[in-house]
Design a binder for this molecule. Structure first.
Ligand code: FE2
Length: 480
């Protein structure tokens, strides 16, 4: 009997040993947590360059894209993709180059399409030193999937002191590593903006792109007010379905993308061009009538937990421009940032709470939109000002920002599960589950059509505001 048990145990151990490599391979990100010394070493080795690529979400789950800066003399917009690290049988994708912010470099943009789900790929891009080394990118399921949400990465913090860039980058690396290690099934990242501090310098983007985790994580980055201080965003991103509108100017743009059953409407909320925002939403919705979930993304914390609640810009202007869009298109969830305090609203409609969305609860076919605000990577000491706020529409608030949080959106069948966790140890802070059994958005109902017709008044007022804002921005010398 003992011999039988021993043989059985040995066989079991062998099976487990054999299984471990298969279980971990194909499921983990290359996203190491670094101690400060290792981060400083990485930062020091890369901070004088300007060539790191960003992996960007594609128009749908079948594609991603790459954008990077290259020497103008040798730039080639080419990416190779293979299913093994040796790059055997690679497929080469060619894109285009466009001017960079300096004459010395060009911006290379390449879209990779035809991706298969649950597949491990390796890619190389044509860098200043020839072909880069191969980096791993794993696709996940194209149906049920999980998204990562963080905001106000804001490399550079609130100053132009470059030492702060490294500090924020260090936090960014490790929160990202924590999120990806705890959630190896994440498909892409969405951020409601303020990716950089000054919006003007290459080193902010270089630092943002330093963490190993971003090599294998497609990102969708909205524009925030800090990005809007300059034009750098224009040269470092390659977002899908960019919408440049009729009245947008300079950096202004919205974009949208689809992944599985989810449609993301990403707005540049630093522009009050209501006509353009509505037109983008209409176009995206018309092209994706079958998307079960609609998620809005904008920077300023509409229905958020902290100072935006007292900001006329957010409460009056942005409320007038964006709430009708989210209301008439049945947007389920809006992701915001800007206030640097994490929090989430109850179900909102026409700027009022129309249903409770209590933490830990599940709601089936609820009416209204949930607004979720991220906190920041760059700001750890302003939470005390907001500790005593008790806003009636806020369902949950972490109320502090000395710990950066991250949120995951888990889409499974009829269900979207929203979970917010601490970025240092993944302790669960807040969760909400929404079940949707009715996929019909009724976009063509008379009521909604009338609502959108009345919105023409907002479009005209938005245009008037835009013209006035141009003068204000010119006098001020830029956006806030
Ligand atoms: Fe902001």
């Amino acid at each position: 009997m003992k011999t039988t048990v021993k043989i059985f145990s040995l066989l079991l151990a062998m099976i487990l040993l054999l299984q471990v490599p298969f279980a971990s391979a194909g499921a983990a990100f290359d996203a190491p947590t670094l101690n400060r010394e290792d981060w400083d070493s990485l930062y020091g080795s890369l901070c004088d360059e300007n060539t790191l690529p960003m992996l960007c979400v594609g128009a749908d789950e079948n594609s991603v894209s790459l954008v990077w800066h290259a020497d103008a003399e040798t730039a080639k917009p080419k990416v190779r993709l293979a299913k093994s690290a040796s790059m055997a049988n690679y497929v080469e994708f060619t894109g285009k180059t466009t001017e960079a912010e300096t004459d010395d470099q060009l911006v290379c943009r390449v879209t990779i399409d035809g991706l298969e789900e649950n597949t491990t790929y390796y890619y190389k891009w044509y860098s200043d030193n020839g072909w880069s080394k191969a980096y791993k990118y794993e696709t996940k399921s194209f149906g049920d999937h999980k998204a990562l949400v963080v905001g106000d990465i804001q490399i550079g913090g609130q100053t132009e002191d470059s030492s702060v860039q490294s500090d924020v980058g260090y936090n960014w690396n490790n929160v990202l590593a924590e999120a990806l290690q705890e959630n190896p099934d994440i498909s892409y990242l969405v951020s409601p903006g303020d990716n950089t501090s000054t919006g003007k310098t290459a080193d902010e983007w270089q630092t943002l792109l330093m963490p190993q985790g971003v090599r294998g994580l497609p990102m969708a980055l909205a524009i925030g007010n800090h990005d809007k201080k300059g034009m750098a965003y224009n040269y470092y991103t390659n977002m899908p379905n960019e919408y440049f509108g009729k009245y947008f100017e300079g950096l202004d743009r919205d974009f949208w993308f689809r992944y599985g059953d989810v449609l993301y409407l990403v707005f540049d909320a630093c522009s009050a061009s209501a006509a353009d925002h509505m037109a983008m939403a209409k176009e995206a919705v018309a092209k994706n009538p079958d998307a079960k979930w609609r998620i809005g993304v904008m920077h300023q914390a509409l229905n958020g937990p902290a100072f935006c609640a007292f900001s006329a810009e957010t409460q009056i202007l942005l409320n007038a421009v964006f709430s009708p869009i989210f209301d008439t298109f049945d947007v389920d969830l809006v992701l915001t940032g800007h206030s640097h305090i994490q929090g989430r609203s109850h179900f909102m409609y026409q700027s009022m709470t129309i249903g409770k969305a209590n933490s830990g609860e599940t709601y089936t076919d609820p009416k209204g939109t949930v607004y979720l605000n991220t906190n920041a990577f760059c700001d750890h000491d302003s939470f005390e000002k907001y500790e005593s706020l008790n806003l009636p529409y806020v369902a949950y608030s972490f109320g502090r920002n000395d710990v950066t949080t991250y949120t995951t959106l888990d889409f499974k069948g009829d269900t979207m599960k929203i979970e917010t966790k601490r970025g240092d140890n993944s302790e669960l802070l807040d969760s909400l589950t929404i079940v949707k059994t009715d996929d019909d958005h009724n976009d063509d109902s008379i009521f909604k059509k009338l609502h959108r017709l009345l919105y023409k008044v907002v479009e005209v007022l938005g245009w008037v505001y835009l013209e006035g804002d141009k003068i204000t921005v010119a006098i001020r010398g830029g956006h806030f």
